[in-house]
Design a protein around this ligand. Structure first.
Ligand code: FE
Ligand code: FE
Ligand code: ZN
Length: 197
């Protein structure tokens, strides 16, 4: 497609967001399932319902513009979701549940920040071009993304980060008792690594 006008760019960004939101509808249940904290699972389930509404809003906007929402793949969201998948695979190995939750939260916040940037821009374009109805719908979505990000912050700061930090100390103390020789060797070799750097 050509990008001759700001309108073209708005359509381009909306197609990208449509793909992003559709990918998220698939990914959020997986993130919810991987979460240990009940509060975190509820946040994901609630945001899944919102995300389904966000998909419908983009369809409505594109319909009013006489454009199709399809035909583009958001590579940014694909990458962010890929990262969260890699993280969730750790669960099958030996992740601490609270540390994993802290990791899932930061992965989800990266997603929300991507969306906030894109919706912020598209909303502004729509405002400049006088698409009042689109602006209203986009503002609604933007508000939901900001609230999702804020809630994730609150969940992290409300305890998960602290639990993850405490577990980390306990886990590393346990590890040290059972493998004193190994850790001595590790210290030596990390010394070598430092010297090499
Ligand atoms: Fe969204
Ligand atoms: Fe994208
Ligand atoms: Zn979102």
């Amino acid at each position: 497609m050509s990008l001759a006008t700001l309108h073209d760019l708005m359509v381009h960004e909306l197609k990208d967001l449509y793909s992003a939101e559709k990918q998220l509808v698939q990914a959020l249940p997986r993130m919810s399932k991987g979460a240990n904290s009940e509060q975190l699972r509820r946040a994901f389930d609630n945001h899944l319902a919102e995300t389904e509404q966000q998909v419908a809003r983009i369809e409505q906007i594109m319909d009013s513009l006489g454009e199709s929402p399809r035909g583009q793949k958001c590579a940014g969201m694909e990458g962010l979701i890929e990262e969260s998948k890699t993280l969730l695979k750790e669960e099958k190995q030996e992740a601490d549940p609270d540390v994993l939750d802290a990791g899932i939260i930061v992965a989800a916040q990266k997603v929300e920040h991507y969306e906030i940037a894109a919706y912020g821009a598209v909303c502004e374009y729509a405002r400049m071009m006088g698409h009042t109805e689109a602006v209203q719908l986009l503002e609604q979505t933007l508000e939901e993304e900001k609230n999702a990000d804020k809630l994730l912050n609150e969940i992290a700061e409300g305890g998960i980060n602290a639990l993850a930090e405490r577990d980390g100390r306990e886990n590393s103390e346990e590890g040290m008792e059972s493998s004193t020789t190994r850790s001595k060797r590790a210290t030596k070799s990390s010394g070598r690594n430092r010297a090499r750097n």
